[in-house]
Design a protein around this ligand. Structure first.
Ligand code: CMP
Length: 139
């Protein structure tokens, strides 16, 4: 059975563009509960650790340096079927391929700056949520 937890980051480009509020509004309007949230800036080392599964890929260095270049918003979202529903709401990784009405279609500029991250599995959602938030900071 699908879990009810996913993890998201609003990425540096979308934060700098002033889109935190608009993105959170869409997330809430689509039935997600914000169980934890923080504005923070990753170190390059933390970004590399978070995205370890992509280590070795050609975009790894640039992507992790970008993620550490300015503040991000990290959040745990809960909802029935959270991982799949959130991936549907944010759209394809490449905003050029993201469906009309999705967050990446509306707020992303390019694949390396694609507005938001969303967990790709229930297992990774729990790992990613724990990377940022202890259980006592979840509501
Ligand atoms: P995200 O969902 O945060 O997971 C990994 C990120 O790597 C992804 O969003 C993209 O921003 C980035 N990414 C994936 N593929 C590419 C690519 N081919 N070129 C540049 N960045 C990429």
């Amino acid at each position: 059975m699908a879990g009810n937890v996913t993890f998201t980051m609003i990425k540096p480009g979308a934060v700098a563009a002033g889109n935190i509020g608009a993105i959170l509004k869409i997330i809430q309007e689509n039935g997600f509960h914000i169980a934890a949230m923080r504005l923070t800036q990753l170190t390059p080392q933390q970004a590399k650790q978070f995205y370890k599964v992509h280590e070795g890929k050609p975009f790894f260095e640039d992507m992790t340096n970008f993620m550490a270049s300015a503040p991000i918003v990290a959040a745990i979202l809960t909802k029935e079927n959270a991982v799949a529903d959130y991936r549907k709401l944010i759209g394809a990784t490449n905003p050029a391929e993201a469906a009309e009405g999705t967050i990446r279609r509306m707020f992303a500029t390019k694949i390396s700056d694609n507005a938001v991250h969303g967990s790709d599995s229930d297992e990774n959602a729990l790992i990613e949520a724990s990377f940022f938030f202890p259980s006592m900071e979840r509501y």
